[in-house]
Design a protein around this ligand. Structure first.
Ligand code: FES
Length: 164
């Protein structure tokens, strides 16, 4: 049986083949991970943040699919030079739009990328012991989804181990 290729648009494919800002950042101010290594869908975000809370540099590592790599890559481009408050307001929908749209079964891949970004922003303030008034106490949609995926992956990998 042959598998149907996913209907990725050319922009997603281009970003997947030539991702921008891919790789570890040695001098990152904050690092955040979303996803689960057990199922392979894992993303790490590195941010270098100035004293004025501006993102000077952003990079990522991804073990996810083409949609995950493309969305993470475009997020790192979008947030460069942004204030953390503005970067926080980026949603997975705006990211999906920025890559020219995603097949619906790939929405979660973009959500995971934005979830990792929001975790990084939250962790940055938590480490500093600061709680800016624009940062909601409740988890954002993308952070919640990332948690759900991680939980699901944990259950699946446990099940696989017990079935071995
Ligand atoms: Fe899991 Fe895309 S990151 S399928």
């Amino acid at each position: 049986m042959s598998r149907m290729p996913l209907p990725y648009n050319p922009k997603v494919l281009e970003l997947f083949r030539n991702p921008k800002n891919l790789g570890k950042m040695e001098d990152a101010t904050i690092v955040a991970v979303a996803g689960n290594p057990a199922c392979g869908d894992m993303i790490t975000f590195y941010l270098k943040i100035s004293d004025q809370d501006i993102i000077e540099k952003a990079s990522f590592e991804s073990y996810g699919c083409a949609a995950n790599i493309a969305t993470a890559s475009i997020v790192t481009e979008m947030i460069k030079g942004m204030k953390l408050e503005d970067a926080w307001n980026i949603t997975w929908k705006s990211v999906a739009e920025a890559v020219g749209g995603l097949p619906s079964i790939k929405f979660h891949c973009g959500i995971l990328a934005v979830g990792a970004l929001k975790r990084a922003i939250r962790a940055y303030y938590r480490n500093k012991g600061l709680f800016p008034n624009w940062l909601p106490g409740e988890l954002s949609f993308e952070e919640k989804q990332a948690l759900e995926e991680e939980e699901l992956a944990r259950i699946l990998s446990k099940r696989m181990r017990t079935e071995e």
